[in-house]
Design a protein around this ligand. Structure first.
Ligand SMILES: NC(=O)c1ccc[n+]([C@@H]2O[C@H](COP(=O)([O-])OP(=O)(O)OC[C@H]3O[C@@H](n4cnc5c(N)ncnc54)[C@H](O)[C@@H]3O)[C@@H](O)[C@H]2O)c1
Length: 401
């Protein structure tokens, strides 16, 4: 047992500790926000088997919580988190423990595997678990965001970079100095071909395809299997660094992989593969992208509470995957959960504020209090209802399998 009061220590958007009680409450609030199961998934209906890769944070956590709470899924979540030691565990460690407790209390049999999803070892462990306990996979949601990947076939470790293609790119960006927010311009040099290839190797479709291959070879894909990987298009304001940059090349590869997997799964299993285009959200991965903090703060300034949370978006995705509502894909086979973000009137309003944003005006144009609180909530701080003066247990075990 190791109870203590935890105060946030941060370097920019990175915090050195996470708050276990805050992380638990975050998950409880996400769970409570999921609407009741539709009639077809009512108690007594067969619980579908799901695999969520990237289950402890951001959109993958939202997929896990929405699937558990609304559709009573059973199955496995995979993520990469650090155990408590000299410092606290990572936030995803505590969120996973909380998700497992809520799942158990709701009668779901759901296991969490902590390890490198890119490795064959973890794929093998997950396949064994499925074969022993859960049977074939009905749904696979792929939501990994990682800085590097070791390719098990070549042994090469690829590191992803966030760079423009072809020419240097300058963008406004937010820099926080204590309570002060400054609007600066940063310029990023263009990627080399090798940079782009490495980023595609990490964030493109290769590992998603390997998961499908691995499960297919082990005969662990159910008839009618559906798989979705998360992708992003985003605003013209961020296109230079995102959609037209190295990460955009990776997303194009992911989307091409979806089309290839879709025809394969349709033929072999009567199944399908799609990408899900989600909206900008504050996550550990997105805050690393130049300009995104300013963009998301301005988006919130324009939309306020009308911004749809990752959980609400993932409820929509589950509804489409399960057939509760019709699955609607665009011409490129993508489920569009980002329409509200890319709506022309919203984008025009954000663009006008983006151009007007300076050190003196930014606080009026962007919801920076919300943005900084969201960043802190990623680590379990600033969560409504949590007493931060009370000691909290940091030595939380990983949920037993
Ligand atoms: N954040 C956004 O604004 C946004 C918008 C649209 C789409 N997306 C997409 O959603 C997906 C997830 O991004 P996010 O922002 O939710 O990320 P995140 O950083 O919040 O979560 C990443 C997840 O991946 C897991 N992970 C990382 N490396 C791993 C590894 N080697 N093995 C196992 N698990 C690993 C982490 O444990 C965590 O669960 C990405 O494809 C991203 O492009 C994000």
């Amino acid at each position: 047992m190791s109870e203590r009061v935890i105060t946030p220590v941060n370097r920019g958007f990175l915090f050195l500790d996470a708050h276990p009680a805050g992380c638990r409450t975050t998950v409880e609030q996400m769970w409570a926000s999921v609407p009741e199961a539709p009639a077809a998934a009512a108690p007594g209906a067969r619980r579908p088997t799901a695999l969520v890769v990237g289950s402890s944070a951001g959109y993958g956590l939202a997929a896990t919580v929405a699937g558990l709470a609304r559709y009573g899924v059973r199955g496995v979540g995979v993520c990469l988190e650090k155990a408590p030691g000299r410092r606290t565990g990572t936030a995803g460690w505590y969120r996973t423990a909380a998700t497992a407790d809520l799942a158990r209390a709701a009668g779901n049999d759901f296991a969490f595997v902590n390890g490198d999803a890119f490795s064959d070892d973890v794929k093998g462990r997950v396949a064994d678990l499925l074969a022993e306990r859960y049977g074939k996979v009905d749904y696979l949601v792929y939501s990994v965001a990682a800085p590097r990947r070791t390719d098990p076939e070549t042994g090469v470790t690829h590191t992803s970079v966030l760079k423009p293609l072809g020419a240097p790119y300058s963008t406004k960006t937010l820099v926080f100095d204590g309570d002060q927010a400054e609007v600066r311009t940063v310029t990023t040099d263009p990627a080399s071909d090798a940079d782009t290839a490495h980023t595609v190797a990490v964030m493109g479709g290769a590992d998603w395809r390997r998961w499908i291959d691995h499960l297919d070879e082990a005969d662990l894909l159910a008839e009618g299997v559906s798989t979705a990987a998360l992708t992003y298009i985003g605003s013209p304001l961020t296109a230079g660094i995102y959609r037209n940059g190295t990460i955009g090349a990776a997303k194009a590869d992911l989307e091409a992989t979806a089309r290839e997997l879709n025809s394969r799964l349709a033929q072999r299993r009567g199944g399908r593969a799609v990408t899900s285009v989600n909206a900008a959200a504050v996550t550990q991965s997105s805050t690393a992208i130049p300009g995104i903090a300013l963009y998301v703060g301005l988006l919130r300034g324009v939309l306020g509470d009308a911004m749809l949370s990752p959980t609400a978006q993932l409820v929509d995705l589950w509804d489409q995957l399960t057939g509760t509502t019709d699955l609607v894909a665009d011409d490129e086979g993508r489920v569009r959960l980002d329409r509200w973000e890319l709506d022309t009137s919203v984008q025009d309003a954000v663009a006008a504020r983006w151009h007007d944003a300076t050190d003196t005006t930014v606080r009026d144009l962007a919801d920076l209090d919300w943005f900084t609180a969201e960043v802190r909530r990623l680590y379990g701080f600033d969560v409504p209802g949590v007493d931060y003066t009370a000691p909290t247990e940091t030595d939380v075990p990983w949920p037993s399998l």
